[in-house]
Design a protein around this ligand. Sequence first.
Ligand SMILES: [Fe+2]
Ligand SMILES: [Fe+2]
Length: 474
Amino acid sequence: MNIDYGEKIPNNVNLADNRVLQRALEQWQPAFLEWWDEMGPDGTRNYDIYLRTAVGVDHKGWAHFDFVKMPEYRWGIFLNPAEPDRRINFGAHKGEPAWQEVPGEHRANLRRLIVTQGDTEPASVEQQRHLGRTAPSLYDLRNLFQVNVEEGRHLWAMVYLLHAYFGRDGREEAEALLERRSGDPDNPRILGAFNERTPDWLAFFMFTYFTDRDGKFQLCSLAESGFDPLARTTRFMLTEEAHHMFVGESGVGRIIARTAEIMARERIDDPAAIRGHGVIDLPTIQRYLNFHFSVTMDLFGADVSSNAATFYSTGLKGRFEETKAVDDHRLTDAAYPVLEVQGDRLVTVDAPALNALNERLRDDFIRDATAGVERWNRILQKQGVAFAFKVPHKAFNRRIGPLSAAKIDLGGHVITDAAWNANVERWLPSESDRAFVASLMGRVVEPGKFANWIAPPPRGINNLPIDHEYIRFN
Ligand SMILES: [Fe+2]
Ligand SMILES: [Fe+2]
């Protein structure tokens, strides 16, 4: 399962043995590089960046670190090893051998799942393309670029499946993945959160904490797929995704640590006074959290969804940790609680479990995301700062599904439009919050130096010192 770097497209799928596929991907490769040049990190063509590259797919030591120019990054196709005699673990086909080819009757749905996942990968690179101009340190800039090249590789992972298993319409979908643009009104990315702007580094860290975590849960569900090539490729993607969430959690944590340090040192808790010290006040961080959390809630889709039921029953997309669940893995007779707006109240009703799979995945996500927010709160506790971050109610600020029809506050109460309008600036980042955060953003790239509003990390990359020269600008 070693990766062949002698090939034009590094891979561990014996691409050289399939000339037709190899040629098709070698034709897509220049289009990808053109897209990277146009929409990838702005103005970075000649930077030498200390990046990790996959060298194998086993648990230990898959990563190799070295200085690379991003356009020369060895994007390729890496699948986890096949499990011998793998079976489909859920749905109507439970117990049958996993599919090595696309099952004809499920072809359209499978393609849709792969395209939807694939579309998020270049989208986030597009959303983040200007952040390099305002990096708070060389360390953070390097981490941004690492995330960017890996999202590029995730696009490769999905494009490989489209080319290898879907023939002509797969190739057309692979081209369209390079044509849509985040935020473009005429040809936007498929999912809402991936058309939002990522204008500053607090937004970037919140995005990688919450929205990349949605990626984790989607990938975990696809890693259970009865379509074996999809399961194997998403399993490897998950090893890369872990780093993106680390960037988010540690980034927000370092911003909180710096603010808490100033609050404790100066004995202040008035947001204006805190801002006066050039750090981000905690209520503003909370509003960013509310925004990114709620936008990410919508990524899981409608609370009750016949598509979700179909994807599961047909064995295409499982649950998070499917094989650990103690039930029949068919769910035909089971129920799951979902929320409904009834008059001026949110009420819990039972839906068929199959139709509520989006909601279940959303709940799994909330548990995981909330645990990290508690770790942020411990940073405040250590400094003796009396403030605690809280994730909003999952019905807050929704734009998809039946909950989007009502205005719902942070605690999950249905409120009037007037009450919403009176409070929205306390709950979501206002123009002036965003302008303040933007005013702090300036480029700090001297090795070992950090912008005033963020604490240094406890350690550097790959055991190197924090003040290592992680990027050479040439
Ligand atoms: Fe990704
Ligand atoms: Fe990611």
